[in-house]
Design a protein around this ligand. Structure first.
Ligand code: SF4
Length: 338
């Protein structure tokens, strides 16, 4: 079969991103056919693609205009110059992009891309917590719906939660942190705060980060001398105890960049390891990851279909009154995190 010059050129571009280390030559050919069409349609429709770091690597490397963790994507969304945003991530992230870009059309390629943390709490739950703890500010993890954010005082991400909570504790004795219980426990430990007294937590959990195995981490560290283990701050405390570094995905990337280790074990969603391998091809990575079923619902084929023929239900909208209040909580994050 003869391969066109255009596809060969695209395959070379994809190889340069490091994607070829992860897939066979025939998959690269199939990916190239899709990325050519997606990138052409992006221009034609004046659209940009935001891709979370847990997305499939071919989406991040092949068609993503903006890529990163929730905080970076929220910041990037402020500066988007396009008519449309195709958000490759989960629903709450697309909502955040819409809140920050009310005049743009925002689409999610798969409406099933939810999040266990986001679904664990509602706006009504926040109202109840505020009644139970009057005067305590509510710091809400970004992995929540727009309605939940709207009832909160400030939004936080894994990259800035510690900094923002520190600032809140300068003025308040008690802070409500929702919904990620494990992240709350890790923060309470770092900030030396008593759970239930100084910091009020919720029972939300990330189905990806709650299931890692501390014994396996210990065994791998024994097996590979010089192995550095990094865990996402959504992991339980017994995992955090075993690792050399805890943080959000952006913090983990920076840590890898700054250090030299025999190997790295990334205890988080699998795509993070794949992106790290592409970014640091000379470093070694040991596998210890889990797939997020929500993040992985999005494929290049679905991105292409959304660009070609967006369906009504794929368009992400946020009620104006909710968006105004949620935006205030997001902007408070930008203010306190800088
Ligand atoms: S990895 Fe966890 S927190 Fe992130 S989208 Fe998936 S379920 Fe939600």
């Amino acid at each position: 079969m003869e391969i066109s010059k255009e596809i060969l050129k695209e395959m070379n571009r994809l190889r340069e991103t490091g994607l070829s280390n992860m897939c066979a030559e025939n998959s690269l050919f199939e990916i190239a056919k899709l990325t050519i069409e997606i990138n052409r349609l992006k221009k034609e429709k004046n659209a940009v693609i935001c891709a979370h770091v847990y997305q499939r690597p071919e989406i991040i490397a092949g068609v993503g205009d903006f890529s990163g963790d929730s905080y970076k994507l929220a910041k990037d969304a402020v500066n988007v110059k396009a008519d449309k945003i195709i958000f490759c991530g989960v629903h709450f992230m697309a909502e955040t992009a819409k809140i920050l870009n009310p005049e743009k059309k925002v689409y999610i390629p798969d409406t099933e891309a939810g999040c266990s943390l986001s679904e664990s709490i509602s706006a009504a739950d926040i109202k109840k917590l505020k009644k139970m703890h009057p005067g305590a500010p509510v710091a809400t993890y970004i992995n929540t719906s727009a309605k939940t954010k709207a009832e909160s005082d400030v939004v936080v991400t894994s990259a800035n939660a510690e900094k923002i909570l520190t600032r809140l504790f300068e003025k308040h004795k008690k802070v409500i942190f929702v919904p990620d219980r494990y992240m709350g426990i890790n923060l309470a430990k770092k900030l030396n705060k008593k759970i239930g007294k100084d910091i009020i937590l919720w029972e939300g959990k990330c189905i990806v980060h709650e299931k890692f195995n501390a014994k396996l981490i210990r065994e791998e560290k024994k097996r590979i001398s010089g192995l550095l283990a990094l865990a996402h701050s959504e992991c339980p405390a017994e995992i955090i105890k075993e690792v050399d570094f805890m943080g959000g995905t952006g913090d983990m990337m920076r840590y890898i960049e700054k250090t030299q280790a025999a190997a790295y074990m990334l205890i988080t969603e699998c795509a993070m390891g794949e992106v790290a391998k592409m970014r640091f091809p000379s470093k070694n990575f040991v596998s210890m990851c889990r797939l997020c079923p929500y993040m992985k619902t999005i494929t290049l084929e679905k991105v292409l279909e959304t660009l070609r023929n967006p369906k009504k239900e794929q368009e992400v909208n946020v009620e104006e009154a909710v968006a105004v209040k949620a935006k205030k909580a997001i902007e408070k994050m930008f203010e306190l995190a800088e």
